[in-house]
Design a binder for this molecule. Structure first.
Ligand code: 3IX
Length: 253
């Protein structure tokens, strides 16, 4: 069946309206409860030998002890056990992450073909585990807050032994952009304002935290901090403005 760009845009928009699809399609989410009594176990499919898309936000062999500790810390709060012994969703939710975000959104396979089938998400296109951007994003809906645990690999060098400012900006854009899209649906970054306060050692793990400042019509304002994992050192702070867009805008219809 041949679909027009406008038809595909409508189909994709319908998926986005329910807010979830950007973050829920594809491989099973590890340890995320599906409802009372049904909990998927932590299954990391043996990529690349699986036909399922790889979820890049699951642990791999390159993750250091600090990355794993923080992953476990937030992941354990994605479900809680009630006094009656029932498992329920907790305050945090891990967002799955694929290298083809559009393809794995509802209806997005059409749009990803229309726009460019070879396209891959910038932060997820280096295959060697640990070489570049290793990260996982958790969102807390009630607190309107996102936390990203980020381990910066050796390909991200800027000043000797430290992370490139552009790589830091990329991660801030990725985390705040993901957060804005989670809150407001399809968005584009209109403005990012970044202050670099102290360099980030290459190979280290840091926390990137995004908070909603305000929503005004199509505008979502967020602020973001990059800190050491114990919170004692501020590496970077930023503010971002995201504008809600229609999917048609990306297609020029
Ligand atoms: C199918 C959709 C998919 C979308 C996916 C979105 C997120 C994906 C989420 C998860 C995926 C996984 C990971 C995410 C990873 C990374 C996220 C990266 C996001 C980006 O990396 S994205 C690339 C960089 N980004 C651009 O490439 C934008 C270029 N740009 C434009 O495309 C337009 O510029 C646009 C659309 C921004 C606005 O255009 P427009 O025509 O819709 O709106 P307009 O200009 O009329 O402004 C309306 C009101 O905003 C005010 N306003 C506008 N711009 C402002 C500014 N800079 N500062 C202060 N105020 C501003 C005006 O002053 C007016 O204000 P008022 O209404 O009060 O008068």
């Amino acid at each position: 069946m041949i679909r027009s760009g406008a038809q595909m845009a409508r189909r994709l928009s319908a998926g986005f309206l329910s807010r979830g699809p950007l973050f829920s399609a594809g491989a099973p989410a590890a340890g995320v409860p599906l409802g009372p009594g049904t909990v998927r176990t932590m299954v990391a499919l043996p990529w690349p030998f699986s036909s399922q898309p790889r979820d890049f936000s699951l642990p791999n062999s390159s993750w250091g002890s600090e990355m794993m500790r923080l992953y476990e810390h937030y992941n354990s709060q994605c479900e809680v056990v009630t006094e009656a012994g029932e498992r329920q969703r907790g305050p945090w939710r891990r967002l799955p992450s694929y290298n083809r975000s559009l393809k794995y959104a509802t209806g997005g396979v059409y749009l990803s073909k229309l726009i460019q089938s070879k396209a891959r998400l910038f932060t997820r296109n280096i295959r060697a585990p640990g070489a570049a951007f290793e990260y996982v994003v958790f969102v807390n809906k009630e607190e309107q807050r996102c936390v990203c645990v980020f381990q910066a690999g050796h390909l991200l060098e800027g000043p000797p032994g430290h992370v490139h400012g552009g790589a830091i900006a990329t991660m801030i854009d990725a985390v705040t952009g993901t957060h804005a899209a989670y809150l407001s649906g399809p968005v584009m970054t209109a403005n990012l304002n970044i202050n670099y306060r102290s360099p980030i050692p290459l190979g280290s793990t840091v926390l990137i935290e995004s908070c909603l400042d305000k929503n005004e019509g199509r505008k979502t304002f967020l602020s973001c901090k990059v800190t050491s994992t114990d919170g004692s050192k501020l590496h970077t702070e930023a503010t971002g403005l995201f504008l809600s867009i229609t999917v048609g805008k990306l297609l020029g219809v």
